[in-house]
Design a protein around this ligand. Structure first.
Ligand SMILES: Nc1ncnc2c1ncn2[C@@H]1O[C@H](COP(=O)(O)OP(=O)(O)OP(=O)(O)O)[C@@H](O)[C@H]1O
Length: 736
């Protein structure tokens, strides 16, 4: 600006132009263009009927694909009644009572902030008196004031540092409370499974549990000091200024009126011009979560990706996710650039000008001012210095209050994410789910077969869970009465299944891919809801599920065998390492005890054990827990047939009832019954005559081989006909 006005001055003088007029014109143009810059987008935004942003491909991708959650959040987070209610609810979790550490920290924090405010007022007065003694050339008193000033500096700096310390302690305490609450819910009633498999409101629960809760807690703690202290500061400073004006016998009401008016007006302007930071920040957190998810997916599936050579595709996905996040951050930076400029203009320049007026009014209107004399001059100087200091602290406080609004809007974003997390966890832990696909099924409900409404009934787009689960005292029976197999997307795989598995009834489950075999286990284990009918089952401890890819926990070799027991559980059961060794002997894994350096070495067993070894380890767990029922989901597909057979024999000898999903005929002989799904919703339960089944299987294999050779002969025949050009004959053969 200085350069421009100098240039205008010089050129104006040379050319004889009206410099003042041009300067005013330039200023007016600047202000006008700024008003257009800030106001035009607002105007356009208001005119828009649809509120959805469609800025770029990445944004759409992240919002549509990544965040199914967004579909449940109808509006972006804003500072409104809903935000206050959500915040209140979270505050109740963070500060559960008056006699808690959090409330204690809050009280301490408040006391320190009050001390700091009084110290600021004291320092302002001290500086005013220092200036007065300078004007009076009173060296002795000036020296004394300097000593006092340095004396105050030590507690003042300590208090400043203490404010930050207590604030971080408060943030940590809030975070600990929230995380504790969320973790408890996360592990209640298999919520960790349900959140990602049965409910689609929350994407990336891990990101919410770590980053979002942390950001929310720090923002709340920071905002508390960012709002409470400036409010107290401004109230006390205003009162002090009022007192000073009174002491000057001036118009004492003008100061508070002008300051209140100007700050209210600037506050309104800033609120009007403020972009929707809450929505922006919430979306940014969402995209950060997705980026993290893509990373973790690559780490989990590194081997598969490497074998396929899929690095190009993964790199692309990663870059897309990163770009999407960067675009959002960039959007926030851009919006901040203009907003901060307006903020600075109002707070630095408008307020400084107002401050000058406020200081000047008492001096100009004071009755003392008409009087001359050295005393009056030094009085006015002291007043000026004190008021200037107070005003600068007051302006600082107001500036913090105004910027706090921006943070409140951002807090609305974090509050929305954290309260959604808590809500979804609470819902899932009591079996309430919301899934995007549900509504589409409901819409097409009319087209579905008659009788469907008996299986699935909807309320507000959510399927009703009307089935009964009875935890029977009889540990020897699993019973399903008219239980449908329904996927989380509300696809009905089997409309009604009635089955009773008694202890000693070894059940083989077969059927084509996707017919609902594993889903039956999910329902029996309680992972999927029972939408209709009745499921009677023994307690969970009487059943043990072994999947195809057994999970290896973090810990020692011993921990792998006894999972999910701990060492103390093992000791309580009266077992020791010798017993574990004999268990490993049954599954032919005894050698790994010496190979891996004993029982207590902690390793990443997921990478150390081969696929077959992991499956044998899964079976070892079965012999450790010795449940009533074993739910075996193709859990020995990578184990050699002879070892597999011995393991099944051993399981039966241990009186474990087997419910096995397998495609291997070699396992038939270990079962007494067969449950066959036809892949179209039908099923059939039969006694298994493994001898007859095996001979039928042999016949089937023989026929398959013959069919293959006929197909080969046919294709060769066609080739030969094509070579000698007898197309008619080819067609005839085709017809035949
Ligand atoms: N988490 C899930 N969310 C939605 N649908 C699912 C989920 N898991 C499975 N399904 C669907 O449920 C149906 C039955 O799956 P299930 O895993 O029971 O098949 P399966 O008979 O065990 O097949 P396979 O022999 O291939 O293991 C499939 O159509 C599948 O797409």
């Amino acid at each position: 600006m200085a350069v421009i006005s100098r240039f205008l001055d010089e050129s104006g003088k040379k050319l004889g132009l009206p410099v003042l007029g041009i300067t005013r014109g330039v200023y007016a143009a600047c202000v006008l263009s700024y008003v257009i810059k800030v106001g035009y987008p607002k105007w356009v935004q208001r005119k828009r009927t649809a509120s959805k942003d469609q800025d770029d491909e990445e944004t759409t991708m992240a919002t549509n694909i990544v965040s199914a959650r967004q579909k449940h959040v109808k509006k972006g987070p804003a500072v409104n009644k809903e935000f206050i209610e959500r915040l209140q609810r979270l505050l109740k979790i963070m500060i559960p009572g008056l006699w808690t550490k959090e409330f204690g920290l809050l009280t301490l924090h408040t006391s320190i902030l009050i001390c700091r405010t009084f110290l600021s007022i004291y320092v302002a007065g001290l500086e005013g008196r220092m200036v007065r003694f300078i004007v009076q050339k009173d060296v002795q008193n000036f020296g004394w004031m300097m000593i006092k000033w340095f004396g105050v500096a030590i507690p003042a700096t300590f208090i400043n540092s203490l404010i930050r310390y207590v604030e971080s302690q408060l943030a940590l305490a809030f975070r600990t409370r929230l995380v504790g609450y969320a973790y408890k819910l996360y592990f209640k009633n298999q919520t960790y499974y349900r959140v990602s498999n049965l409910d689609s409101r929350l994407e990336n629960a891990d990101h919410c549990l770590t980053d979002d809760i942390s950001a929310f807690s720090s923002t709340v703690a920071h905002l508390y000091s960012h709002i409470s202290k400036p409010m107290l500061d401004s109230a006390l400073i205003l009162f002090q200024l009022f007192r000073l004006s009174k002491m000057q016998k001036a118009n004492s009401l003008a100061t508070p009126i002008i300051t209140t008016l100007v700050t209210t007006l600037t506050g309104e302007v800033l609120r009007w011009a403020s972009p929707k930071f809450g929505k922006l920040v919430s979306e940014e957190a969402n995209r950060k979560g997705y980026l993290r998810y893509v990373h973790s997916r690559i780490i989990t599936n590194a081997e598969e990706i490497a074998f396929y050579g899929g690095q190009e595709v993964e790199l692309n996905a990663l870059q897309k996710a990163y770009r999407s996040m960067v675009n959002q951050s960039q959007k926030i930076f851009n919006q901040r650039l203009w907003y901060v400029m307006l903020e600075q203009f109002l707070m630095k320049y408008v307020w400084a000008g107002t401050g000058m007026v406020v200081i000047a009014i008492p001096i100009l209107t004071s009755q003392q001012s008409k009087m001359g004399g050295e005393g009056a001059v030094s009085d006015r100087t002291e007043y000026y210095a004190t008021a200037k200091n107070l005003l600068s602290s007051g302006a600082d406080a107001m500036e913090r209050l105004m910027t706090a609004y921006k943070e409140i809007v951002e807090l609305a974003g974090y509050t929305e994410r954290v309260s959604t997390l808590v809500k979804v966890f609470e819902d899932c832990s009591v079996g309430k789910y919301q899934r995007t696909a549900v509504s589409t099924v409901q819409k097409s409900k009319g087209k579905l077969e008659r009788g469907l409404s008996d299986i699935l009934q909807f309320h507000d787009g959510v399927p009703l869970i009307r089935g009964k689960i009875v935890h029977s005292a009889d540990k020897s029976t699993i019973m399903l009465e008219n239980v449908p197999i329904v996927t989380p997307n509300c696809d009905i795989v089997v409309p009604s299944l009635t089955l009773e598995v008694k202890s000693g009834m070894h059940l083989l489950i077969s059927g084509p891919n996707g017919c609902g075999k594993s889903s039956l286990f999910r329902i029996i284990s309680g992972l999927w809801p029972v939408y209709a009918g009745t499921l009677r089952k023994p307690p969970l401890s009487s059943m043990f599920y072994i999947p195809q890819r057994p999970y290896m926990s973090v810990g020692s070799l011993r921990d792998q065998v006894i999972y999910p027991d701990t060492l103390s559980d093992m000791k309580a059961k009266g077992l020791n390492d010798k017993d574990l060794e004999s268990i490993l002997d049954i599954v032919h894994l005894k050698h790994i005890v010496t190979r891996e350096g004993g029982w207590s070495n902690i390793k990443d067993w997921k990478d150390i054990l081969s696929g077959g070894e992991k499956q044998r380890m899964g079976m070892a767990r079965l012999f450790y827990h010795k449940p009533q029922f074993a739910l075996l989901d193709e859990c020995t597909s990578a184990v050699s047939i002879d070892v597999e057979g011995r393991m099944y024999e051993a399981a039966k000898e241990s009186n474990i009832t087997l419910l096995t999903i397998t495609h291997r005929p070699s396992l038939w002989k270990y079962h007494t019954h067969i449950l066959k799904f036809d892949g179209e919703g039908g099923w059939n339960l039969d006694i298994l005559d493994s001898g007859a089944m095996l001979s039928l299987n042999d016949e089937k294999l023989k026929l398959e081989r013959e069919l293959a050779s006929v197909a080969k002969m046919e294709s060769r025949y066609k080739e030969v006909c094509a070579l000698i050009g007898t197309e008619d004959q080819v067609e005839e053969v085709d017809d035949e």
